[in-house]
Design a protein around this ligand. Sequence first.
Ligand SMILES: Cc1cc2nc3c(=O)[nH]c(=O)nc-3n(C[C@H](O)[C@H](O)[C@H](O)COP(=O)(O)OP(=O)(O)OC[C@H]3O[C@@H](n4cnc5c(N)ncnc54)[C@H](O)[C@@H]3O)c2cc1C
Length: 453
Amino acid sequence: MLDAGAVITADFREMPWWWEALPDDASPGYEAPLPQRADVLIVGAGLTGVAAAHDLACAGREVLVLDAGEPGQGASSRNHGMLGRNFKHPFAGLIARLGLAAAIGWYRELDEVYAATVARIETEGLDCGFRRCGRFIGALSPRHYESLAYEYELRARHLGAEVEILPAIRQREIGSARYHGGVLIHDNAALHPGLYMRAMLRRAQAAGARIVGRVAVQAIRRDGTGLTVLTEQGTVHARETIVATNGLTPPAFDWFAQRLVPIHAYTAMTEKLPAELARRLLPGHRTYHDNRRRSNPFLLAPDGSNRLLFSSRNGALPPRRMRDRAAALHRDMLFFFPELAGIRFTHAWAGRCAATWDLLPHAGVQDGIHYALGYCFSGNAMAPYLGSQIAARLLGRETAPSHFMMAGFPKVPLLARSRHFMPLLATYYSLADRPAARREPASAPTSGLRIPR
Ligand SMILES: Cc1cc2nc3c(=O)[nH]c(=O)nc-3n(C[C@H](O)[C@H](O)[C@H](O)COP(=O)(O)OP(=O)(O)OC[C@H]3O[C@@H](n4cnc5c(N)ncnc54)[C@H](O)[C@@H]3O)c2cc1C
């Protein structure tokens, strides 16, 4: 068995490759004395918080965004940069539970979430490495393929999704013997999360929002005229507040923390692969994952350097140092790509996302505090969408009712909030969804749909 030293380079760094790959810019910075008052105080400067801040500042509100760390350095700039209509509830499952019309309603809003994000990037010219590269979802067994093909046949039929269902014999998307076919979603994209987050921060600042880093909010209390926000550096009075802390929500925000299950996720970036090898393994330069509940996402870096970003072991307890996780990540990478045995990691990092008990994102208002949280690993489009929805509500604007603002926000049972719950559940998922398992990973196929074989 390899130890960490054998799979990491001498200049290995425990930080997101995305941060290092950021070009320098003359940023306005995030240092400022705290004002005593703000119209709206937003807790958390990730995609959710700064999308809301932008819209509120454009409407003339005095907006203060506080972040406990460096603004933008939460999940929003640590993620894999995949952009699509991801949802933890398969379309087939929603049809079975709610009926076709309701299932279409949920998925139509996901279309809007995706379209709003792409439109923002394209019309505002956000410099974020956006590319419409398509996504390939692979199946790791014939059974996984049946289930995946069934789901996407339904989406093509009822939602007009532009997909190609590729049985094992036609699968040329991934140069790995592990896959038994899969689905290519043409209208999916990728972006550089570091650039994207930075562009969204600058956009909010340019609209007039004040963003201050390294100030943790400790509590929010109602007072006669609004809310008193207690921070490490003093008190700020705000007429309105928004909690946008997602997977990093502190236990002190008890109502919110009781509704979220934080999930640790681990990612590594390899050194440069020989160009011919990169082309052979991933000829389409798309984004990739599979349809197990504990999937392995990967993609080639967007800068043409032929580095492979690989993610694994998500949900496990964090190690003391990321280099200690590197050997396990490397082993998992070789399961798919044995040719990479001699390729080492230059970077590895952890990030924190949040799931909810009903696996739905939620936005709304609780006891006078607005929030948008719980994106279950799909926040690149959903976080700014719900941030904007919250801002619109706060401004009293008419918006179409959102599915994500109407559902009740269930509490996570106490047992499931223990730090050991998610690692145990993740292990169960790995066993239940392993290629040889008897159990179906998603909805079982039924007759009447034509699944290519
Ligand atoms: C490894 C990983 C891979 C992912 N891959 C993808 C992907 O490919 N595609 C996709 O769509 N989504 C992906 N996601 C999910 C996506 O990154 C998140 O859903 C999204 O970034 C959440 O944005 P946010 O602004 O709500 O939270 P964050 O970006 O996490 O920001 C929350 C902020 O709140 C701050 N904060 C916390 N507590 C306090 C406090 N008390 N006071 C002040 N500030 C505080 C934090 O410092 C942080 O900056 C991934 C997530 C992870 C972790």
